[in-house]
Design a protein around this ligand. Structure first.
Ligand code: SF4
Length: 240
């Protein structure tokens, strides 16, 4: 069994709790207009292939400096069999945790298997309405919403993530429905709201400006009125 990997970051503080090694898997089942990692979307001759043992050895070497591993992408759930086998190995031989950073577009059977073989999940809900989600990703979001519910029920949903794109998925009615959806989830699910940045984005969205701070603050405040401290604010100063 082998994983197709785009790249590995040894230590990150923004991909789950604590310091984590992030493994960006190759291949994706969405085509988001704002993708910052377009090189991960399709199969690529530049991808590296790792066996379970090879990837484990790499992690084991610096296990004292991290709290765990996060599989990201691309879309990591496309390689769910490898991830489940890796989870077993990691838990057998280390105290490290395994998190998933996923777009949530996977069958519920596979999602349940992944929930049972991971310690936490970050799931994107890229837009609330079906039309907006399709326009942004060329995919339907029904399965994504269902998988977010399943993860929340399991108690392992670390956060839902939303990237705000100006004049696209930031309509107040759309967002109000989005916040209500998160509010209705079991547990205290947190929502991370991320401002769009054109950095690294190719195609038509590469020309869009970074999300304006004033609008971002207003919409975060709107989210906080509904979700209180479950909203996580992330402001990157792209213009520095
Ligand atoms: S899900 Fe992520 S990697 Fe896939 S196309 Fe969308 S932004 Fe890019």
């Amino acid at each position: 069994m082998e994983a197709s990997v785009n790249r590995i970051i040894q230590s990150s503080l923004v991909d789950g709790p604590g310091s984590r090694t992030v493994i960006f898997m190759q291949g994706c089942n969405m085509s988001c207009l704002y993708c910052h990692n377009p090189e991960t979307q399709n199969a690529s001759p530049k991808a590296k292939h790792y066996s379970l043992e090879e990837l484990f050895d790499l992690i084991e070497k610096h296990q004292d400096f991290i709290e765990g591993v996060t599989f990201s992408g691309g879309e990591c759930t496309l390689q769910h069999e490898f991830i489940i086998a890796f989870y077993k190995l990691l838990h057998e031989r280390t105290k490290l945790t395994l998190f998933l950073d996923t777009n949530g577009l996977v069958s519920s059977d596979i999602m349940i298997d992944l929930i049972n073989h991971s310690d936490g999940l970050m799931i994107d809900l890229k837009a609330f309405s079906q039309d907006c989600h399709r326009a942004l990703t060329y995919t339907d979001n029904s399965a994504v919403k269902e998988n977010i519910r399943l993860a929340a029920q399991s108690g392992k949903l670390h956060e839902v993530r939303l990237t705000l794109v100006e004049d696209f998925n930031d309509d107040p009615d759309e967002l109000s429905a989005y916040f209500d959806f998160v509010l209705a989830l079991p547990g205290d699910t947190r929502l991370k709201i991320i401002p769009y940045s054109p950095f690294g984005v190719k195609g038509s969205f590469g020309h869009k400006r970074a999300y304006p701070k004033e609008k971002y603050d207003l919409l975060v405040a709107m989210g906080q009125r509904i979700l209180k401290d479950r909203v996580l604010k992330v402001w990157y100063n792209w213009r520095k």
